[in-house]
Write a protein that binds this ligand. Structure first.
Ligand code: E4P
Length: 250
């Protein structure tokens, strides 16, 4: 189970990666268009790779076979973590077949049906991206599409990983994983929402208010020879902390 971030915004990527739960990123031409105009595409992608240090999907925009393959080779030459996003279709599958044989990883994108996922896998794609929100827009159940695709891949020991994108709600993320997605690629807005819960906030507030009250009343004494940050560093390194908490019996 992995989460990728579905954005090209460097600040969002930096923040999400710092949480330690993001294992890759996905972009597409529409996502790239949301960034402030005037940037260099290559530099932006390299900057993202430098932060993510894991697979980053970059989509080709050529619509003919030669153009697709050339664009893919060019992007792949920028960094070994680049995965080439190829739109599902006859020309796309042909390009995937050639690129994967050259050792270039591909992600077949805009998959809306099980049949398409089967073809993506058989053409040798490393990833198959099923678009949750857009499948639902057509009146189909994206959960079933993902679940059945996963069952088929498992049954036939297909190594292609299922990425689920086009996330529109928090529930889509949970359901995509429950259906068997290997990876869900999540826009930053929803990643942030995943960390938040009003009841969590209220609970932590309650606990910390009690703690502060105890300290203010002198009901607890906290002795620390180290600054809190170095204490947590020591703990992360498995060393015994010299911080001592002692409760004063009243
Ligand atoms: C996934 O790889 C795509 O970048 C993305 O999730 C597409 O989602 P959309 O339906 O919001 O355009």
């Amino acid at each position: 189970m992995q989460i990728f971030i579905d954005t090209a915004n460097v600040e969002e990527i930096k923040e999400a990666v710092s949480w330690g739960c993001v294992s890759g990123a996905t972009t597409n031409p529409k996502i790239m268009s949301l960034e402030k105009a005037g940037y260099s595409f290559q530099e932006k992608i390299k900057e993202i790779i430098g932060i993510v240090k894991n697979p980053v999907s970059v989509e080709v925009t050529a619509e003919d076979f030669e153009g697709m393959v050339n664009e893919a080779r060019e992007y792949a030459s920028w960094d070994e973590n680049i995965v080439i996003k190829i739109p599902m279709g006859k020309i796309g599958l042909k390009a995937v077949n050639v690129l994967e044989k050259e050792g270039i990883k591909t992600n077949v994108t805009a998959i809306m049906a099980i049949n398409q996922a089967i073809l993506a896998a058989l053409s040798g794609a490393s990833y198959a991206s099923i678009f949750y929100g857009r499948v639902c827009d057509m009146g189909y159940d994206a959960f079933e599409v993902i679940k059945k695709t996963k069952e088929l891949f498992r049954l036939h020991q297909v190594p292609t990983k299922i990425i689920v994108g086009s996330i529109r709600t928090l529930l889509d993320i949970n359901r995509a994983f429950l259906a068997g997605a290997d990876i869900v690629t999540v826009p930053f807005k929803f990643l942030k929402m995943m960390t938040e819960n009003l009841q969590t906030e209220a609970t932590v507030r309650e606990f910390n208010d009690i703690w502060k009250e105890m300290k203010d009343k002198g009901a607890i004494r906290i002795e620390s020879k180290e600054r809190p940050f170095s204490t947590s560093l020591r703990q992360a390194q498995g060393k015994k902390s010299r911080t001592a908490l002692s409760f004063v019996k009243r």
